[in-house]
Design a protein around this ligand. Sequence first.
Ligand code: PGA
Length: 266
Amino acid sequence: MKLWGDYKHPVLPCQALMMYEGLMNTQKKLIAGNWKMNGNLADAKALAEALGNPSNADVCICPPYVHLGVVATAKSQGIALGAQDCSLKDNGAFTGDISAPMLKEMGCSYVILGHSERRSYHAESSTQVAEKAKKAHAAGLVTIICVGETEEERVSGIQNQVVTTQLAKSIPDTANAQNLVIAYEPVWAIGTGKTATLDDIKDMHAVIREFLKEKLDNSSAIRILYGGSVKADNAKEILAAPNVDGALVGGASLKADQFLTIIDAA
Ligand code: PGA
């Protein structure tokens, strides 16, 4: 058990109580950049170099597969490399797929799985996400498993049920507090400029935290990221919300100045 005096930074009594009760994640925030299918080799190299060596947050960048090699060389030691997906197989006749061991060999430590663009454009089910996550865990990767409701589901008031069902089916039994990160990304907020309200974010992150607490040991150490139109100008208040342990950033991760401002806000 840690005592108040063990924490390097001054903590408020309420924070100390939350830490004591294991309700607050005391790790650095994780800021992950999802570059999606953007840029060319020169852009990828320039962007990776421009990010320098941030130390106030854990930072991970996820370029397209074919840019992983150049980014692995151009980025600083302090930035981790991630991929945007992986195969549910390790090797074999699966044309076009890339396996988790291949990603590990390229220097990846993270892989994003179950992003809503994969779920909708490639009809990926939560069951497949769990299969991929098993392979990723076996290869030693940390999985960033994405969940989130559509606009219709939120309007119908079933968002909590949708997200907890996705969690239940997408998290395999190989997951633990060291290899699992959850990203809550309401589908209607991705790339649209619409951000969920702080109350929406707080409420859903509390639902996810409760779910994790029931399913996994030491679950308070699992980071829950928010994603969906996180920008330089809204990052600070989103990252300060309870149970928000970082951000998964799409569009704004493609501009070094914006991404660095988000990292600074962590
Ligand atoms: P966005 O994307 O920041 O552009 O909304 C987030 C994501 O899709 O991970």
